[in-house]
Structure formats: C-alpha cells, structure tokens
Design a protein. Sequence first.
Length: 404
Amino acid sequence: MSLLDFLSNLKKGDEYLELVCLDFSIDEIDDKDNILDLNIKSFVKNIFTFDNANDCLKYLNFHLYNRIYLIVSDRLFSSISMEIEKMDHVVSVFIFATNETCEESINFHCEKCRGIFHRKTGLIIDVIEQIQMKTPLVSTNNVFSNINENSDPFLYSKDTCVFSVLTNINNAARFLTDNRSTIVEKQEMLRECRLYFQNDVIAMKQIDEFSKTYNLKCPVTWYTKPIFLYNIVNKALRTNLSNVINKFSFFIKDLEESLDLLFAKQIYSQWFSSSMNNKLNHVYRGQILSLVDVNRLKSFIGQQITMSQYISTSKNISVAEMYAGEGQHSNDDQSVIYEIDTKIIYEKYVDKPDPTIFYYDISHLSNIQDEDEVLFRIGTIFTVLNVKKTSENCWYVSLRLEKK
C-alpha cells in the first residue's frame, strides 16, 4: 500500500482529536514531504502550534475533553514532561530533535513518549500510525451508526420545524425524571458507550469507573468530568432522534433531576441573600466552527435560535478564548466567541433573578472550577444580535438570552 493510500484510508475529521505542536511547525516540512503536510491536515481536525511552554500547558489544561497528540522539541520537553505525564487526555508525545546529541540530555521518565525523531518525515508518519491505532472505531452495531450528526448545537431557528422537535426532546427529557433510573437502563447506556469507545483504552477504563462508583448524588459533577460522558451524551442529543436519546435516559434523567434541585437552591439563595453583588449579566462560550456554520449564524441575525444539547458557558471570557483559539486552524475552521447577554434574568424584579428563567451556575460543582461554568439546558432560546469578524478566521457573536 502506498503512503497516499494509507493516509486516505484513515478516519477523517475526528471532532475530539487534536495535534498540538510546541516549538515545532507542521508548515515548515520540506517540499519533498508535502504529501504528509497536506494529508495530516485533512484528517486531524485541529492543529495548534505554540512557541511558549506555559501557553501550551495552559491550553492543554483547559482542553480536557479532547484526545491530544503532542509534538515538542527537545529544547522544551524537559520543562513540560512532568505535567504531561499527569494528563490522561494527552495520548502520545513525540520529541523532535534540534541537535544530534539531544538523547544524552533527555530524561525519559515520560511513559507517553514515543521517541526522539531527527527527521520530520519519520515523526509525522509515526504520529499518523499512532492516531490510526488509537482512533475509536464506530461499531456497526452501536446506536450512532449511519446517523448524520449536526455540527453546531446552536444553529436552529425558532421558526423552523427543527425547533419544535428540540422543544419536544426537551420536554421528553424532563418527563423522564418522573420515573426513577433502573439497572436495565444503566446497563443499556453502558453497553452503547462500550460499543462506541471499544478501541479507546482510556474511555473504557472511565466507563468501568462510572459503572462501579456513579450515584444519584453527583450527576452534575460526573457531567463536568473530562471523560467519555460529556461527549457521548451531547452527541446523542445532537442527533435529535428519540430512539438514540432514550439509550442514554439513565443519565439524562438523573442530570435533569439534579438541575431542577440545583435551580431551586440557586433561586432560594439569591432571593434571600442580603445583596446581589454578583449579578450574572454576561456569559461566554468559545467554539471552533466551520465557515459554513458561521455563515448560517449570520443568516439568523435578528432571529431566535435554540440548541440541541446542554451548553457550557463561562463567566470568564478568557476561558472562552482558550476553547476558541486564535484562528490558526486547518482547512476553513473558524474561532468563534459567543457573548451571551443574560440581563433578562433581572428585568422583572430588578435586584432578584426571575425564577421562570432557567440557568445553572455549576461552578461550585464542576471538576474544573477555574472555568466558572454556567450551564444551559436543551431548548434554551437566544436571539442572534450580531455576528462580527474580528480578525482572520476569528468571529465575535452576540446573543441575548430569551424567556420561553
């Protein structure tokens, strides 16, 4: 099989796979290696390059939900190796040699290290082989087979029939809380998870941990963990198909019930506190979208849209900027920052939140507390106020939270 055939047979566009380069540039591969340059960008959805070790570590610490392959120069490897070893989502590390004697100065205590490479060609081929070996294969028997998934959870106009479908899904998810989760439902969900992640060793260990330790007291905390659950539950919701969503009803029921209880406590606390110094006026979300989806967003200016999954936002814009990146993506991917105006929460009672407008401050429950996370449920309505291009491949989207 030729190298071109080998590359073309790879699974392309894995939404949770990233290649992060520290002190190494894919674009600087010699002309004779262009076949590698072009093809690695065709199947790795996101490639990020950093010159500074601290910036790279900061990025890695915020992108816990993705499967990351790291290329780093011998010059900076020692400064990050101990931190990288603690990061389960960093799957493999590849060291590029900038001098012939670097092996003598590198301490190989990083078990994830694939080796030291003196030629970029050999390094890239090894990266490709590792990705092919560890990319989860979708079983023909799992619930997601042959389903076209929507790429952006925001892009549904309130005036379309899809909006009605999403509203029904939201109501169905809430209805599920009327019946307690059963052992059968749990086993059905875990079966689907194991089928989907059957070739992902890390995810399979996480599924086993969930099976043994999960309990009703902590669904929100489990949802925010950098593990398989966040990804697969929202993937199911984005299909907009009740038969797929029902496969995960065990966890969705618990999460919905937990959010109801959280909101009641949240409103009680805010209504009976002596002051409201920390009003939630704006939240932010960072995302990478295709240019097609950005253009769809522009077509919705002045209209109301809703979402097809739970949406995580942050009180801190710097967190959103970390998730969006700076527009340095492969193909036509765009960095998008959403600023969501939430002042409607206080319009009715001025200094107290409206108990009929739902949002969930889960910053105290999240596994990543520095994210200052605020969660919105499926079916939450927003108005698109503006979509503005701020620089090359970077966009700023202004939304306003609306009352149902």
